[in-house]
Design a binder for this molecule. Structure first.
Ligand SMILES: Cc1cc2nc3c(=O)[nH]c(=O)nc-3n(C[C@H](O)[C@H](O)[C@H](O)COP(=O)(O)OP(=O)(O)OC[C@H]3O[C@@H](n4cnc5c(N)ncnc54)[C@H](O)[C@@H]3O)c2cc1C
Ligand SMILES: NC(=O)c1ccc[n+]([C@@H]2O[C@H](COP(=O)([O-])OP(=O)(O)OC[C@H]3O[C@@H](n4cnc5c(N)ncnc54)[C@H](O)[C@@H]3O)[C@@H](O)[C@H]2O)c1
Length: 468
């Protein structure tokens, strides 16, 4: 019998799941309230990376003079209206591409808000209520439901975004003129990426961090490189500073910190994390349990606590990354349709922070090694010695490689470089496939190339006697 699958949410968890389920001949419906592609494509990942790509022009210009090219950066050169126009149209185009792909595969797409309509927990099949944009409601039957509703920016009480001066990251693309002084609240990945991007556009930026450093969850050495680069470019970093409130003040804003200090600017950008979209979805009635954080409880094959109901992406509490969301969605469908499936392996997840320079990581972290939790050999190699880096006048960055002490199996790494998000792949392949430092060192890297530092790091790790 053909399985009826309803997917609530059209982001990477939802649309990737739909593509897999359609491929296996299921009857698939995706209900989305805000546009196919989800927040990932329309308001978060894709727009931010497009915006950041624009600001990279300035980063390249920094090195121009040293390379013998007269290039003068003019702060008025960025036309924010045009930049944002491109950001939005690229996001819409990508959403349209995904929509067309889903339609080609026979996926039914409904535009509206959905919630579970099960009358009690433990039902063998499920009911989903859809409220269409027109206001009409319809009840649909499903054998399997995937919850893929994503998350929303956390609102700081006393600092509610007004869309004009106090902004969340989704409202940035409506600005037509650059802020004169942007105060970014939050030093996580989102905050760091926008601090870096606006600084490259010539905007004066102050970063308010409740912690003692930028990127508290990333590699400490990598965060230090970024912090140095940002302060060299004029960013003011206010540390140990919890923002209590943000007020609109004449033609600017004032941020009130917990310790009584204040920070003034023209605009505030709030980047204090996200909350999962799990309210009002009928989850409790259907027997779907939540974590205390409000995320849906799932196992490594995306099952919730209710049979036949799966969940993936930012509404669950694995890593909030598009790649992880997509993998969780696919795994849910393989499992639901009785196909062979490997549980998601979080230790193989690669991610990048798109600052200048970029920071990319995969596998075990250096902190886990330093704390003694994971025994490993560590090699850290600055990019300054790499011939390609010298040719490009790069001063910063490094490669870190971690391997098992005896076997030399690669278990993780960090790259800090202008294109670290691309350079991390060989380490990611090694981690996923349990390759050794010998395997990496024996692979040809192009001369001259930045990846030469990855193979060289592997060679250094091979030198130890116990790897012979
Ligand atoms: C600024 C920023 C930058 C990021 N950059 C990156 C990056 O570079 N790389 C990366 O891997 N990750 C990045 N992320 C994270 C990434 O965007 C998320 O992990 C990803 O969007 C999660 O996908 P998802 O499918 O869970 O949900 P989403 O993409 O959030 O999509 C969920 C969809 O469900 C819809 N929905 C919600 N409730 C309902 C309902 N009741 N009925 C119908 N539809 C509903 C929503 O409107 C939305 O369209 C970034 C996040 C932020 C905030
Ligand atoms: N390039 C990427 O892949 C990318 C980009 C952006 C986000 N993301 C994903 O989204 C996740 C969340 O990142 P994020 O940066 O949005 O959130 P986060 O929760 O990681 O960081 C928010 C930061 O704000 C700080 N904070 C909270 N309240 C504060 C206050 N009142 N005053 C000052 N600081 C305060 C917190 O201490 C924290 O460091 C990331 O872990 C990542 O998985 C990924």
């Amino acid at each position: 019998m053909t399985q009826r699958i309803i997917i609530i949410g059209g982001g990477p968890a939802g649309y990737e799941a739909a593509l897999v389920a359609a491929q296996y001949g299921a009857d698939v419906t995706v209900v989305d309230s805000d546009g196919i592609g989800g927040n990932c494509v329309l308001s978060d990942c894709v727009p931010s990376k497009t915006f950041i790509a624009t600001t990279g022009v300035r980063t390249d210009m920094r090195r121009a003079e040293e390379m013998g090219v007269q290039a003068h950066f003019d702060p008025t050169a960025y036309k924010l209206g045009q930049v944002n126009g491109r950001v939005k149209s690229l996001a819409r185009a990508q959403s349209a591409d995904i929509r067309a792909q889903l339609q080609r595969e026979g996926v039914r797409l409904l535009s509206g808000r959905a919630r579970l309509h099960d009358s009690q927990p433990g039902m063998a099949s499920h009911r989903v209520a859809v409220t269409f944009d027109s206001g009409q409601e319809k009840i649909l039957d499903a054998d399997v439901v995937l919850m893929a509703t994503g998350s929303s920016p956390r609102v700081l009480r006393g600092a509610e975004p007004d869309g004009e001066r106090i902004l969340n990251w989704r409202q940035l693309y409506d600005l037509t003129e650059l802020p004169t002084h942007l105060v970014v609240i939050g030093s996580g990945v989102t905050g760091a990426e926008f601090v870096s991007a606006f600084t490259e556009m010539g905007v004066k930026v102050t970063m308010v961090s409740s912690r003692d450093r930028v990127l508290p969850h990333e590699d400490a050495d990598a965060a230090l490189v970024l912090e140095e680069a940002l302060s060299e470019r004029g960013v003011s970093l206010v540390k140990h500073a919890r923002a209590d409130a943000v007020e609109h003040f004449e033609d600017g804003i004032i941020v009130r910190l917990g310790d009584g200090r204040t920070v003034k600017g023209s605009h505030a950008l709030i980047c204090v994390g996200s909350v999962p979209n799990t309210q009002g979805l009928g989850l409790e009635n259907a027997g779907v349990e939540l974590q205390p954080s409000g995320h849906i409880k799932v196992d490594r094959v995306s099952r919730t606590t209710a049979p036949g109901i799966y969940a993936g992406g930012d509404c669950t509490d694995l890593f909030p990354l598009a790649s992880v969301a997509a993998m969780q969605g696919r795994i849910a469908m393989y499992h639901a349709l009785g196909e062979g499936v490997n549980p998601i392996k979080l230790r193989t997840v690669a991610s990048a922070v798109f600052t200048r320079p970029e920071i990319a990581t995969v596998g075990i972290s250096h902190a886990q090694i330093e704390s003694g939790e994971v025994p490993a050999r560590v090699e850290v190699m600055p990019l300054a010695g790499n011939p390609r880096a010298k040719m490009r006048s790069l001063r910063r960055g490094f490669v870190k490689l971690f391997c098992r002490p005896a076997s030399g199996v690669v278990i993780g790494g960090v790259v800090v470089a202008p294109t670290a998000s691309e350079l991390i792949l060989p380490i990611s392949v090694a981690v996923r496939n349990q390759l050794t430092v010998g395997d990496l060192a024996g692979s040809f890297s192009v001369y001259p190339s930045m990846t030469g530092t990855i193979t060289e790091s592997a060679r250094q790790l091979m030198r130890h006697d116990d790897l012979d």
